[in-house]
Design a protein around this ligand. Structure first.
Ligand SMILES: NC(=O)c1ccc[n+]([C@@H]2O[C@H](COP(=O)([O-])OP(=O)(O)OC[C@H]3O[C@@H](n4cnc5c(N)ncnc54)[C@H](OP(=O)(O)O)[C@@H]3O)[C@@H](O)[C@H]2O)c1
Length: 258
């Protein structure tokens, strides 16, 4: 597929890198106004351009990874030269209805919410679309499946997906940082503590995804009666470990909804 990514920043570059590494037989273009910092993508076969319209007529999918306030400027540039295009938007807060109004009925609005782990083929990209665009959306779903998982969700959960899957990356990283900090306190240098913490989280996540079971079933396998793990868990819960995370996620959702 010919994939045209407008907005080569944090997310756009992650998606481009992921597609270059994990999704075969695509031609990828990434645009932004100042391209100097992303020219290295060309070594991976990605076309980098300052021109948002560069070969856009040939694109099968146009991906928007720009900030909400940049949308109207970008669309004013590209709309005169596109029709029958799938426009997959990762722009937070821009509804399918509003995007569809902006791009007109000759194009198809799809909403995507990837995260920056797309670069490693490990994003959880939530995707929403109108039923009438189900067929054209399948290419988008297939593309993002190459970059991790791509659950199709009801659009009304898109803000929740933003918090759980995009902000969630930061929340998970904060857990790893705290675990590293504790690792230093109990005797490791920071690098060893970080490697152990990150690999342990990766292993836990892989077990859940592989076995498709509730986390408590796996926790049960680790907690020996009267052992150190249950002692640690009980202490953490006394200090609000789970409730703090739940409250944080709900606060983030409240913020996104304004
Ligand atoms: N970062 C994440 O983890 C994440 C996850 C999910 C969703 N999102 C959403 O994705 C969007 C992008 O987020 P981000 O963090 O990647 O932001 P970002 O790093 O600021 O990237 C936006 C990019 O758009 C480019 N841009 C601005 N105006 C442009 C124009 N007229 N034409 C072409 N490119 C233009 C900017 O580069 P120039 O200034 O050089 O043009 C910039 O590199 C936001 O709506 C955000 O909410 C982000």
């Amino acid at each position: 597929m010919k994939v045209h990514i407008i907005g080569g920043g944090n997310l756009g570059v992650s998606v481009a890198l992921g597609l270059a590494k994990f999704s075969k037989d695509n031609q990828i273009t990434v645009t932004r106004r100042n391209t100097a910092s992303i020219l290295y993508l060309e070594e991976l076969g990605v076309t980098v351009s300052k021109d948002n319209k560069h070969n856009i007529q040939e694109a099968d999918i146009i991906i928007l990874t720009i900030k909400p306030y940049q949308v109207d400027t970008v669309l004013a540039e590209i709309l005169p030269v596109i029709s029958n295009k799938v426009v997959a938007s990762g722009v937070s807060g821009l509804s399918i209805e509003n995007l569809q109004k902006k791009i007109g009925d000759s194009n198809y609005a799809i909403r995507i919410m990837p995260n920056i782990a797309a670069q490693f083929g490990a994003s959880a990209t939530c995707i929403a679309f109108n039923e009438k665009h189900k067929e054209v959306a399948q290419n988008v779903v297939a593309l993002f499946k190459d970059l991790g998982t791509a659950p199709i969700i009801d659009e009304k959960l898109m803000d929740a997906a933003t918090v759980l899957a995009a902000s969630g990356t930061a929340f998970a990283l904060r857990y790893i940082r705290a675990s590293m900090q504790a690792g230093i306190e109990i005797g490791f240098d920071w690098k060893t503590a970080l490697d152990i913490s990150a690999q342990t989280v990766k292993g836990a996540a892989e077990m859940i995804l592989e076995e498709n079971i509730h986390p408590e079933q796996l926790i049960d396998r680790v907690t020996t009666p009267q052992g150190c793990t249950i002692a640690g868990l009980s202490e953490m819960e006394t200090h609000g470990f789970s409730s703090s995370l739940v409250r944080g996620i709900k606060a983030a959702l409240k913020k996104i909804k304004g």
